[in-house]
Design a protein around this ligand. Sequence first.
Ligand SMILES: Nc1ncnc2c1ncn2[C@@H]1O[C@H](COP(=O)(O)OP(=O)(O)O)[C@@H](O)[C@H]1O
Ligand SMILES: [Mg+2]
Length: 376
Amino acid sequence: MYLQSLHIKQFRNYIDQEVAFTAPKTVIVGNNAQGKSNLLEAVLLLATLRSHRVSKDRDLVRNGESVGEIRAICQRSRSVESYPVELLMRMRVSGKRTLNVNGVNQAKHLDFLGNLNTVMFSSLDLDLVRGSPESRRNWLDTVLIQLEPIYINLLQQYNQVLRQRNALLKSIKQGVIQYEPQQMALWDAQLVTAGTRLIRRRSRLLERLIPIARNWHQAISGGGEYLEITYVPKFAFTSMQAVEVVQQNFFEAILQKTIIEQHQGTSLVGPHRDEVLLTINDTPAREYGSQGQQRTLVLALKLAELELLESVIGEPPILLLDDVLAELDLQRQDHLLNAIGDRVQTIITTTHLGSFDAQWLDSARIFQVEKGEIVS
Ligand SMILES: Nc1ncnc2c1ncn2[C@@H]1O[C@H](COP(=O)(O)OP(=O)(O)O)[C@@H](O)[C@H]1O
Ligand SMILES: [Mg+2]
């Protein structure tokens, strides 16, 4: 996977900026709040159609403008049979997006995805261990969207059912409408059908990630620590269960919450509430060890993501390292840099070059960013 160039207009704090990625490694240097993360966010958006920082397009469009644009030229591999593809995403304050591949509008997200694959590793990722379950669910969703683009449709379908069911529960709570068991049963059935798809895909993804993450984790920590990752819905679940069994258990869990859901006016069971349990030596990872050990775990998870995407897609994805290299000690930096080699195109942001290996910088193209502009 090779990103040749990026052209962003009225995106975040940029007005009109082109960047050519001429080396396998690009380093973006700049002080805080100059636009380093914004640049990586633009690349991530093309790969996943999601931002890791916000959920509304109005935050992505430059303040005071109505339309923002991200354009990129990328290539699946560097072999001669592979042609460059031009991707264009327009986002509007109104929320309406336009997606375009090689000059042709794409009505479906599904047809846009899969042209560019990335792994983002940012300081926000420490939340994977210490933060709320939402950050872990988002992580799985971002990987799944790239591994199986159809997943973005499944996610949209679920979210739509969830929104409508929540609206109904809220109206019941407010006394606007009366609880009708038969009407609710229809929504329950849809929630269970759409939700079970997400649950099963997320748990299958974890099963593929676990052995790879465990290898990395043992290599970086020097062994002696046993990592376990488990997908935990709000009902008894194993990945071995037949789909009908999962649906039945999901359904029963909803029934048990009938009264409390009406009282709270929201859906309490489903993949929007699930947890991903990370444990090391049988202790929840957030309670285990030092911050350094938690960083090791996040690094292992990210390297597993990279390796899995590469093996499925057949090409290494683009690695986006947002402000994390300086946070890793030299030993962890080494693991990361060795894993990347020259194979993986990498874009790195940093506030200072001091903590970088000199030999490593030799092969990198360095850009300086200031107030939403690349100045050198
Ligand atoms: N929609 C927007 N319009 C204009 N400026 C924005 C917008 N969103 C973010 N910014 C600005 O972008 C800057 C932060 O950029 P960021 O890439 O996160 O910085 P850093 O270089 O620290 O990674 C801040 O100055 C912020 O005000
Ligand atoms: Mg930043």
